[in-house]
Ligand binder design. Structure first.
Ligand code: AMP
Ligand code: ZN
Length: 458
């Protein structure tokens, strides 16, 4: 029996979809103005695991992850690049698919794009206006009247008065209340716009998810997901829009993935403390990289924050290589998993307990040790099958362990010299890159006084 932590009730609850056996799942996807970073990758990998575990548990899952392809940052970036918004988003969507594939993320069943759902958003805004939940500001923008929606703040546990007290933003003249948020923005010169009964303009961010959920799933989803920071205001606003329009719950379960941090802070574009998933993958061996990152992102519980460092990533790699080495040394046979017994039952109990991956991974670890001890192809088959439910251990073990890059393929001396020069030139990113490349190939470097470096095989 699967239990999930529901942000709405702040409790673990038995998971029961609206329609037995079927799950409607919607995850807020990326804003495609740039490459996504490892923090974003965490959230998307967590929901990839959710989908896989639901499917492994016998549910038929319809999985939607939207693409935000219109917003301020996209317009601004396209302008900086001197390209059209369409050209920028098309390029970023292609890159996103490439990177998601490398991370072994399942393609969602549907990937709705905001720009293709503008009419649905306008219909929803018109409906909200009729119900007295939306109004036109004098400036051509249309706002949501937060005070008219009973229950605003229920997801993030905020009362309107708390929100007011924390309000620092100067009240925009056109808003009746500073908490009101924009549904439709009046057109500005040289910005993309759509005609509407409210005048030419473009949608605000929050309305797109409400419209796309309604278009793809109807009134109520089973699971709505996203990163921790989306609880407020984004998901709160989605609830106000969708539930304000239908009077029905937007989602039965709200799931939020905790942050991936860097230097004790949330990794984010705006803080500038980020690594794109692409640059991290490019530093890793191409045969291993995607699964190393996946393993690293999943081994912490999805509701606990994790920290990204090169060392923790390398630690995940070492552990993952241990699993693949066990599967290389004992060839797995295909097995029919009996979920009621032994390691399979323990693994399932952990995953069913709000996807408790730290415990599930400990079970895999124990099973791996047993494989190493017994050399049992059936146990190896079980290990492969259990990992397979969440997208692990499916590659050819010998090829995986060997990797593409080995020390013998590298001119180690030349790289060490290049690194010394890079450091002299204060090109520390190149110097680090070389250290990482050598590290992956099993070469340890030791910097000596006087700018000399010694290397040895680990
Ligand atoms: P964005 O493209 O900024 O809309 O973000 C896409 C998704 O990544 C959202 O669900 C965010 O909540 C999530 N996200 C952003 N930063 C992080 C982070 N440091 N750790 C985990 N998830 C994040
Ligand atoms: Zn959303």
């Amino acid at each position: 029996m699967l239990a999930l932590h529901n942000t709405l009730t702040r409790r673990k609850e038995r998971f029961e979809p609206l329609e037995p056996g079927k799950v409607r799942l919607y995850v807020c996807g990326p804003t495609v103005y740039d490459y996504f970073h490892v923090g974003n990758a965490r959230t998307f990998t967590v929901f990839d695991m959710v989908v896989r575990w639901l499917r492994a548990s016998g549910y038929e899952v319809k999985y939607a992850r939207n693409i935000t392809d219109i917003d301020d940052k996209i317009i601004e970036r396209a302008r900086e690049n001197n390209e059209t918004m369409e050209a920028l988003t098309a390029r970023m969507i292609d890159a996103m698919h490439e990177d998601f594939d490398r991370l072994k993320l399942l393609r969602p069943d549907i990937e709705p794009r905001a720009t293709r759902h503008v009419q649905g958003m306008l219909d929803l805004i018109a409906h909200l206006e009729k119900k007295g939940l939306a109004y036109r500001g004098g400036n051509g923008d249309v706002y949501y009247a937060v005070r008219q929606f009973e229950g605003y703040g229920k997801l993030s546990g905020k009362s309107l008065d708390d929100l007011r007290a924390g309000e620092r933003v100067a009240v925009e003249q056109a808003k009746r209340d500073p908490l009101d948020f924009v549904l439709w923005k009046a057109a500005k010169p040289n910005e993309p716009k759509w005609p509407s009964i409210f005048g030419d303009g473009r949608p605000g961010w929050h309305i797109e998810c409400s419209a796309m959920c309604a278009a793809e799933f109807g009134e109520t989803l089973d699971i709505h997901g996203g990163g921790w920071d989306l609880q407020f205001p984004h998901h709160e606003n989605e609830i106000a829009q969708s539930e304000g329009a239908t009077g029905k719950p937007l989602a039965r379960y709200w799931m939020h993935a905790a942050f991936l941090n860097f230097d004790s802070e949330k990794m984010s574009k705006s803080l500038g403390n980020f690594f794109t998933a692409r640059e991290v993958l490019n530093k890793l061996d191409p045969t291993q990289g995607g699964e190393v990152v996946r393993f690293f992102l999943l081994r912490g519980h999805y509701r606990s924050e994790i920290s990204y460092t090169w060392d923790t990533l390398m630690d995940a790699r070492t552990t993952l290589l241990g699993f693949y080495t066990a599967l290389k040394d004992t060839q797995p046979v295909g097995v029919e998993v009996d979920w009621t017994r032994g390691h399979a039952a323990e693994f399932k109990a952990a995953m069913d307990d709000d996807l408790n991956t730290p415990i599930a991974f400990a079970v895999l670890h124990e099973l791996k040790n047993e494989v190493n001890r017994t050399k049992s192809p059936v146990l190896a088959g079980l290990l492969k099958a259990l990992g397979g439910t969440i997208g692990l251990f499916q590659d050819d073990p010998a090829a995986f362990v060997q990797g593409k890059v080995s020390a013998s393929d590298l001119d180690v001396d030349a790289l060490v010299l290049e690194r010394i020069q890079a450091k002299r030139d204060r090109n520390f990113s190149r110097a680090d890159e070389i250290r990482n490349q050598l590290d992956l190939a099993g070469i340890a470097l030791e910097d000596k006084p006087g700018g000399l470096t010694e290397w040895r095989k680990k």
